[in-house]
Design a protein around this ligand. Structure first.
Ligand SMILES: CC(C)(COP(=O)(O)OP(=O)(O)OC[C@H]1O[C@@H](n2cnc3c(N)ncnc32)[C@H](O)[C@@H]1OP(=O)(O)O)[C@@H](O)C(=O)NCCC(=O)NCCS
Length: 327
C-alpha cells in the first residue's frame, strides 16, 4: 500500500504584534492576569486590508512551494475555518480561484472551532486516491476581526494566523500512521457563537447590544474538557498505531492556553521537552494553531527525519482529533 501523508507544509502569521499591555487600552486587564492564566504574551493581528482569504492564500502557497507543486496540481481543496471570507459561498471557493487551481472540488469544514484543521486532515487522508492525488488543506482564522473587543473573558485569548498542508501519496510523504477523532454535541453550549444562525438571526437590536460577537465560553468547563479530550484522543491514536509514547519525539497540541498544554503533558506523563509550545507568541489561533506550530517546530529543528510526531486538538462542538505522523 502506498504511504499517505504530508508532502508539504506552510504557515503565515500577520506582521502586527499586539502585546498584553495593549489589551488594557480596550478592557480592564493586565499582562500579569493574562500571563498567569493563559501563558499568552502576544498575538498577531491581521492588517485592516487583509481578510481570511489573504491569510489562507499565503499559507497555501507556502505549503505548495514546500511540496514543489503548482496550484494546477492540486486535486481537491479543504479550508477549515470559523471566520470565513463571507457567510456563503465558502472560503474554499474564493481560494480555488485566487490560487488559480483547476475546477477541483473545494469545500469548507466550518464550525469545529480549533479542531477543524486536524478533522480536515483526517478527511483529506481518506480522500487521497489515484484520481485525487494531492489534497490541499488550510486552517485559517481571523478571529480578532469577528470577536467582541469589549469582552475581556474571551478577547485576550485569540490571534490571527493560517497554516496549510498538502496531503498526498508516495514514498516521499511524511506518513500519517493513524488518526482518531470524536464529537460530544451534548456539550455544544459551553463554547458557542449563537447569533447569526437560524436560532438567533442577526437583527439590528442584537447587533446594537453587541450580541453578534458574543462568544459564549464557560472557561473552566472548556478547560477541563480540552485537557481530558486531547489526552484521551492522543492515547487512542497511539493505541491504533501500536506505538508507545516513549517512541514519540514531539507532541504538538492545539495551542489554547499554556495551563491546558501543561495539563495535557501531565495527563500523558510526557517529559516537558517533548511538548511543543508557542502559545506565548501567537495566542489561540483556532484551526491555524496546529499547522503553524508544526511549521515552527520543523523550522526550529525539533523534527528530524524518522521522528514520530503526535498532533492533537480540541474545539467547539465539542470536537477533538489526533494524528500520528512519521517524518
Ligand atoms: C478563561 C480562563 C483563562 C480563565 O481562567 P480561570 O482560572 O478560570 O479564571 P478565574 O476563575 O481565576 O478568574 C475569573 C475572573 O477573572 C476575570 N477575568 C476574566 N478575564 C479577564 C481578563 N482578561 N483580565 C482580568 N480579569 C479577567 C473574570 O471576570 C473573573 O472575575 P470575577 O471572579 O470577579 O467574576 C480559563 O478558564 C481557560 O483557559 N479556559 C479555557 C479557554 C480556552 O482555551 N478556550 C478555547 C478552547 S479551544
Amino acid at each position: 500500500m502506498k504511504k499517505i501523508g504530508f508532502l508539504g507544509l506552510g504557515a503565515y502569521v500577520p506582521e502586527r504584534i499586539m502585546t498584553n499591555e495593549e489589551w488594557s487600552q480596550y478592557v480592564e486587564t493586565s499582562d500579569e492576569w493574562i500571563t498567569t492564566r493563559t501563558g499568552i504574551k502576544e498575538r498577531r493581528i491581521a492588517a485592516p486590508e487583509q481578510s481570511t482569504l489573504d491569510l489562507a492564500e499565503k499559507a497555501a502557497r507556502a505549503a505548495l512551494l514546500d511540496a514543489n507543486l503548482t496550484p494546477q496540481e492540486i486535486d481537491e481543496l479543504i479550508v477549515a475555518t470559523d471566520t470565513p471570507e463571507v457567510y456563503a459561498p465558502d472560503t474554499a471557493s474564493y481560494l480555488q480561484h485566487r490560487l488559480g487551481a483547476r475546477n477541483i472540488p473545494s469545500y469548507d469544514l466550518a464550525g469545529s472551532g480549533c479542531a477543524g484543521f486536524l478533522q480536515a486532515l483526517d478527511v483529506a487522508r481518506s480522500r487521497v486516491s489515484d484520481e485525487r492525488k494531492n489534497i490541499l488543506v488550510v486552517g485559517v482564522e481571523l478571529l480578532t476581526r469577528l470577536m467582541n473587543w469589549k469582552d475581556r473573558n474571551t478577547c485576550v485569548l485569540f490571534g490571527d494566523a493560517a497554516g496549510s498542508a498538502v496531503m498526498s501519496s508516495g514514498d516521499e510523504v511524511s506518513e500519517i500512521l493513524a488518526s482518531a477523532a470524536g464529537t460530544d454535541g451534548s456539550q455544544s453550549e459551553i463554547l458557542c457563537l449563537e447569533v447569526g444562525g437560524t436560532r438567533k438571526p442577526f437583527t439590528l437590536e442584537r447587533a446594537q447590544r453587541g450580541e453578534h460577537q458574543n462568544l459564549v465560553m464557560k472557561g473552566r468547563e472548556v478547560y477541563k474538557e480540552a485537557v481530558h479530550r486531547m489526552a484521551q484522543v492522543s492515547q487512542q491514536v497511539l493505541a491504533k498505531a501500536g506505538v508507545n509514547l516513549d517512541d514519540v519525539a514531539l507532541v504538538i497540541p492545539h495551542q489554547a492556553n499554556l495551563r491546558i498544554l501543561e495539563a495535557v503533558g501531565e495527563a500523558l506523563n510526557l517529559p516537558s521537552k517533548k511538548l511543543f509550545i508557542n502559545v506565548h507568541k501567537f495566542g489561540n489561533t483556532g484551526s491555524a494553531s496546529v499547522p503553524v506550530a508544526l511549521c515552527q517546530a520543523r523550522e526550529q529543528g525539533r523534527i528530524k527525519k524518522g521522528d514520530l510526531v503526535l498532533l492533537t486538538s480540541f474545539g467547539a462542538g465539542l470536537h477533538w482529533a489526533s494524528l500520528l505522523v512519521k517524518f
